[in-house]
Each structure stands twice: as C-alpha cells, then as structure tokens.
Write a protein that binds this ligand. Structure first.
Ligand code: NDP
Length: 516
C-alpha cells in the first residue's frame, strides 16, 4: 500500500487519484478481488465534491453464496487449528499494518465519507488499529470456567467459534465499526463475510490488501459490496450457512434484518439509532460542559449514533449557556474534508443532507422552535465544493418534547435546546424518547450525577464528559437503540458458542450406571 503523507489538499487529491483509489471496489472472496457475476457496478459519489472517481461492484445472492462457500472451506481448513496465540499474533499484525498506513487510510476515509481528515487521522483510523490490538490482547488471555461438582464431577465450559458470521456496517464510521466487529470475530476463530455500507466501500476494500499482507488465510475474511434490501445485505442475512449477524445501522433496518433472519434462527447483535442528550445542571463547570456539548452535537457533522443532539439545560443558566454555545459554533470551520484546517466536512450524501434540512424546515414552517444559528446550506465554499453535501451547524431553541425534532434521529448537524427546572424534569426529558443509547450529564454534585445516571433509560451515561470509551466495557443501547452489547468480553461472547464438557467422577454411581 502506498503511504500518503502529502502536504496540501491538492497533492492529497492527486495522491488518492493516482495511487490509492482502485478503478473499482471489487469483492474480496477467498483471498482474491473479483467482480460480480452480473458485471453490475455503480459510480460512487464523493459527497464533498459531488463527483465520481471510482466504481463499486454490486453483489447479490451469487456473491454471498460464493463468499459463504469460501468461508466454510476456510473454517474446515488449517484455520480451525489456529490457537488463541496464533489468532492474537494475526490481530496484532493487522493492527500494526493499519498504523503503518494511517495517513493513506485517513485520506481515503475522508474522501469516501466527507468527514474532516483531522478526525480520520487522529480518531477513526488509529482507533481501528487499536481494535485489533485490543482484541489481540484479549484473545490471548481468555480463560475458561471450570467447576468441581459436589460429587467430584469435573465441568469445563469452553468457547467455540460460531462458524460463518455476517457483519453489516453503516457509513458513518466505516473502518472503525467494521474493525470493531472483525477483530473479535477473528479472535474467536470464526470466518467472516463483511457487507460495508454501499456509500462507503473504500476503506474495507483497502483493508483486504492488508489482510493478505498480514497472512490472514484465504476465505477467513470476505468482503461483499452491494446494497441492503433485496441485494447483498439481505442475501447475507437470509443465507442458511451464516450463523450470526452483527449489525450496526438504523433501527428500521434492524427490524427488517430480524424478520429476514427468523427462518434460519440466526444469533443477532444490533447497535441501532440514538438520540443522545447533553444535560447541564446549574452548578456545572461551563468551561468544560459547553465546548464538550458543542463537540458532541457537531463532530462528524452530527452523524454519530452517540451524538448529543439535544441540549437540556437548567433554565437559570440557559441564556449564558446559549451565548457560549453560539460562540463555540462560530469557530467551526466548514470546508474541504482533505484540508487540515477543516473541522466540519460534508454530510454523507446530498439526499441525506436534504433529509436533515427537512427537519429544520419543519421547525421553521411549523414554529416548532427558534433557529438560533445555521439552518441553511453554507454559501461561498468555492467552486469545487459548491455542489457538495454541506449544511451549516444549526441550533434550534424552545422545542417541545413531542416534536419530531426531539423524538426522531436527525443524524446531522442539528442541536435542539430545551430547559428544565428540576432534576426529575431533566431525567424525564432525557429518557422521553424512543431511543436509549447514551447521554452526558454535567454537574459538580457527585450524588446528583449518580442519581441522574441511575435514573435515565440509557445504555451509556457520561458524567462530565462525552464519548469517553474503554473497550473493555459494555457498549450498546436500550429501547430502540439495540439488542445486546458489544465491547470486551461481550463481543467475545457474541462471536462464540459455549460448550460445557463434563467428566463424571471416577467411581461415582452415575458413571457406573452409564457403563453398565
Ligand atoms: P442503515 O441501516 O441504512 O444501513 C446500515 C447497513 O445495513 C448498510 O450496510 C446497509 O446497506 C445495510 N442494510 C440496509 N438494509 C438492509 C437489509 N434489509 N438487510 C441487510 N442489510 C441492510 O444505516 P446507515 O448506514 O444509514 O447508518 C446510520 C445509522 O446507523 C443511524 O441510525 C445510526 O444511529 C446508526 N448507528 C448506530 C451505532 C450504534 O452503535 N448504536 C453506531 C453507528 C451508527 P446499504 O448502505 O448498502 O443500503
């Protein structure tokens, strides 16, 4: 892989075009790149420039079937004898290779998603490498449970691979979320078929080069591109040879997958939508709370499941919090994702940008709230970006709890503001949405913070912070935000089957009766 540490954004484009981008993102099956049997492909649009620089193969049932066969063959081969130490070494090698190519991956990911290079270079890509190192360490140190029964019998529960597992990932953190599933699936000795989002096929395609370089046996990891419903995604979910699906994406897609997986009774893990909140109490340290809440709302153009897309603030401090917030928003620099100075890039696609804009228009036309800043497509970004999927960071105050803006996931740079008088009211506002993924609370009162954290219906609560993750801990949401948890042993549990082996006590009456 070519290394990509270029000096300025025009060099970066040239470098990507001439040395990184494939002509076509092909499927990776059985260790080889190939096109669809139908020859079908589509032109990928780069959302910042509204231009197409490469094509993507569109897979379907034939490619999924081919990938399942390759994965089954690999599962029956030498991979089945790889030890935990072998798998751990492999994971570390992949992590090292991503680190060695961090700039190339970061540039490719920024180009594909429209998100700022500073985020992919310092966040998404190093964290993708870390996923492999983390699960490499964990895989090497797994222990099994053993009991001695009262009668002297000996019981050991071991974990075995599930077999062929399907991973379906979204476009907002493409490599990070793919590796978050790939690493534990490999750690547990499975074989894998990854279906990346059709909007972001690039980093998964580039990763396959590194998998070969790291020595991942052919067929252990396969990548099939294509769409979701009635395409590669659905074919993967319906295939009887696939034992489990780990899915991250929209809640409605989760429901469709659950229906399609029912006939073959697959094991499922769902990380779905979110509607997070930043809740600021009267005694909070505003120097910490306001910039963090601003970042929580607008990082990755607000396209993060954990985004704090609702600001819920004590009414006494609301005016000063809003003033400070608007000052923070003013500092956001919208521009070319490949430019180092950019802090807000393009949304994933123009039609997604239009969906986001429709929420703001609803606020504008129905009087659902007062638009304090933003609320439009930015002007004068220059000729190259003129047709890109950009939208200004938008703050809307005075929104009622039952408004669509509060109840639905907007997944864009839109922050609503609501006020409260009492802790009970803050808790009710925070929990009063269909989602239950995450929220942040800002206060200097430790007891209040704990009471708040224990009371809200959210899978993850940060006290005086946002998006602070330790990979050992459970990641996931309540209500319509998901089923199951990922992270640390939760991921290792999902990607394995328990088997309990019991040895009867020598000379026990039961062993005697079995023998006779
Ligand atoms: P989607 O649900 O639209 O797509 C996710 C993946 O599922 C894509 O690969 C998609 O393929 C595929 N897919 C779509 N329909 C089907 C189907 N019927 N069967 C099988 N696969 C299918 O989500 P987005 O890509 O739009 O991602 C944004 C969503 O992801 C947001 O709701 C966000 O909150 C959520 N998310 C949740 C996270 C969490 O941890 N809880 C983390 C990150 C995001 P294709 O794109 O080709 O159609």
């Amino acid at each position: 892989m070519k290394h990509g540490c270029e000096h300025n954004k025009s060099d970066r484009k040239q470098f990507l075009k001439s040395q990184v981008l494939p002509e076509r993102c092909q499927h990776f099956i059985g260790g080889r790149y190939l096109d669809s049997s139908s020859g079908e492909s589509f032109k990928k649009t780069l959302s910042a420039y509204n231009e197409s620089w490469f094509e993507v193969a569109v897979g379907g049932a034939p490619e999924i079937d081919l990938a399942v066969k390759a994965a089954e063959k690999a599962a029956a081969g030498p991979w089945s004898r790889a030890t935990a130490t072998d798998r751990a070494k492999l994971l570390h090698r992949i992590g090292d290779l991503i680190e060695a190519n961090v700039e190339t991956f970061a540039l490719a990911e920024s180009l594909d998603t429209g998100k700022p290079y500073s985020e992919t270079r310092n966040g998404d890509i190093p964290r993708s490498a870390q996923n492999f190192h983390f699960f490499g360490d964990l895989a090497a140190h797994q222990s099994f449970e053993t009991w001695i029964g009262d009668d002297g019998s000996h019981h050991t529960s071991i974990r075995e691979p599930l077999g062929v597992t399907g991973l379906i990932t979204p476009w907002n953190l493409p490599l990070y979320l793919a590796t978050w599933k790939l690493a534990p699936a490999i750690a547990q000795g499975n074989t894998i078929i990854l279906k990346p989002a059709e909007l972001t096929p690039l980093s998964a395609t580039l990763l396959c080069e590194l998998l070969n370089e790291a020595g991942v046996p052919e067929g252990v990891v396969n990548v099939v591109h294509g769409f979701g419903a009635k395409s590669a995604g659905e074919a993967l979910v319906r295939h009887p040879g696939v034992k489990a699906i780990s899915f991250t994406g929209e809640t409605t897609t989760g429901s469709a997958i659950m229906r399609d997986a029912a006939d073959s009774l697959k094991k499922l893990s769902f990380e779905l939508g979110g509607k997070g909140a930043s809740v600021i109490f009267e005694d909070a340290d505003l120097d910490l709370a306001v910039p963090t809440a601003c970042r929580a709302a607008f990082r990755n153009q607000g396209q993060i499941c954990l985004a704090g897309s609702r600001l819920i603030v004590h009414e006494k401090i609301a005016p000063q919090v809003i003033d400070r917030l608007l000052a923070c928003v003013k500092k956001i620099k919208i521009g070319d994702p490949l430019d180092d100075a950019t802090t807000m890039g393009a949304l994933i696609a123009n039609d997604h940008r239009d969906k986001v804009a429709a929420f703001v228009d609803h606020a504008r036309t129905s009087g659902a709230g007062e638009i304090l800043c933003g609320g439009k497509i930015p002007a004068s970004l220059g000729e190259q970006l003129a047709n890109g999927a950009f939208y200004e960071p938008t703050v809307i105050a005075g929104v009622a709890q039952n408004s669509r803006l509060i109840q639905e996931e907007i997944f864009g740079p839109v922050l609503t503001v609501q006020t409260f008088k009492t802790a009970e009211e803050a808790i009710a506002l925070t929990s009063g949405v269909p989602y239950g993924l995450s929220c942040s609370v800002y206060t200097r009162d430790g007891a209040l913070a704990q009471k708040f954290a224990r009371s809200v219906r959210m899978g993850m609560v940060w006290i005086n912070g946002w998006f602070i993750r330790d990979l050992h801990t459970a990641f996931g949401g309540m209500k319509r935000s998901g089923i199951g948890r990922e992270g640390g042993r939760h991921s290792l549990d999902f990607f394995s089957e328990y088997k309990t082996i019991t040895t009867a006590a020598t000379g026990s009456s039961q062993s005697a009766s079995v023998e006779s």
